[in-house]
Design a protein around this ligand. Structure first.
Ligand code: SAM
Ligand code: SF4
Length: 338
């Protein structure tokens, strides 16, 4: 199967705007033990378990994408580390010979126990979400998260020998914008990277007016310059972030700015949901049902590969969301796979 797809697609996945798709994000579950106010509703409904892709289906999808030219896979969610047997899936994907790297995004709550096994399963880099260093505030933003377990998870990840650890921070005005300096200082003290993400209007969360809490990357950068020197770098991870180094530290600061600096022109990624929907674009509703194709063609990934290649021709030029836009994606971020 591998060779058949590879032979018929020597040039990889390229969309009609000439963008090469080399990066796949897979949401392995839409479930999560947190309910972050920018991601979910308090009473979020999850996909019935019998509609989720099996781990073997996810492994087949990952293998097919790698055969088609994908070189980096991120497992995300929902919370990837609450999925039963996730270590098995990590080992399967990490063993794909033509994959350059397997990485994950996690809320860190289960890392104190799992960081070592996740690293041993072949995960090379890890992103950990952390929006506050104050326990009460952390609980309010995540609606039920325990800061201490996440901090212990971050230390376990540092001890486990990941090639890179990065904190992901969503800043909301009047909720945590006064912690920007503290969070960067924390990253510097731990010798890890940090990225700030502008909140995206993905799904209705009912907690706040997204325009009211918007805190742009340029303002975060200006806040940081009161204490840190930020030196722009041309380093890239092939994604939308813009990076800065803080001299004499190990820390790189990134800014992901879907509102203030649209990043679609360089987009190299697609997503697969836990139900098996292939999403060519984070900010658009269109999807292709890979689960149906897999189940109609058991034991054969030729049709799956063909459908994935065709879907790239429908990848839109960019997302259309904006503050106040009346067309926002209905899917929540835990489904889409952030
Ligand atoms: N549960 C894991 C975690 O929180 O790291 C992985 C999934 S989560 C959906 C992935 C990332 O998306 C997190 O860093 C989270 O902060 C971010 N995120 C969730 N909803 C978002 C939104 N509406 N806008 C911007 N980032 C969001
Ligand atoms: Fe869970 Fe991550 Fe969404 Fe927070 S951002 S609710 S941790 S999936």
């Amino acid at each position: 199967m591998t060779t058949e797809i590879a032979k018929s697609a020597p040039t990889g996945l390229i969309d009609r705007f000439g963008r090469r798709i080399t990066y796949l994000r897979i949401s392995v579950t839409d479930r999560c033990n947190f309910r972050c106010v920018y991601c979910m509703e308090p009473n979020q409904r999850f996909t019935p378990r019998n509609r989720l892709l099996g781990l073997d289906d996810i492994a087949r999808i990952a293998r097919t994408f790698v055969d088609l030219g994908v070189r980096k896979i991120r497992l995300t969610g929902g919370e990837p580390l609450v999925r039963h047997n996730i270590l098995w899936l990590m080992r399967e994907i990490a063993a794909l010979p033509r994959l350059d790297e397997l990485v994950i995004t996690t809320n860190g709550s289960r890392l104190a126990a799992l960081a070592g096994p996740v690293r041993a399963a072949g995960v090379r880099r890890i992103n950990i979400s952390l929006d506050s260093l104050r326990p009460e505030r952390f609980r309010r933003i995540t609606r039920n998260g325990n800061l201490d377990s996440v901090l212990r998870g971050i230390d376990a990840a540092r001890a486990a020998g990941f090639e890179r650890i990065k904190l992901n921070v969503v800043i909301l005005k009047h909720r945590n914008h006064d912690e920007i300096l503290d969070l960067v200082q924390f990253a510097v003290d731990k010798g890890i990277n940090i990225s700030f993400i502008e909140e995206m209007p993905i799904g209705r969360v009912g907690d706040h007016d997204r325009a009211e809490v918007f805190y742009p990357s340029d303002t975060i950068r200006a806040d940081l310059q009161s204490r840190f020197t930020l030196v722009p770098t041309t380093e890239t991870t092939g994604g939308p972030a813009r990076y800065y180094r803080i001299p004499r530290t190990e820390t790189r600061v990134g800014f992901i700015s879907p509102h203030s600096h649209n990043f679609c022109g360089d987009c190299n990624r697609v997503r697969v949901t836990a139900e098996g929907q292939l999403l060519p674009c984070l900010g658009q509703e269109q999807a292709l049902d890979l689960r149906r194709i897999l189940h109609e063609h058991p034991g054969d990934t030729t049709e799956l590969g063909r459908a994935i290649r065709d879907a790239m021709q429908h990848k839109p030029q960019g997302h259309e969301f904006g503050l106040g836009a009346n067309r926002i994606p209905l899917r929540h971020m835990n489904v889409t796979g952030g």
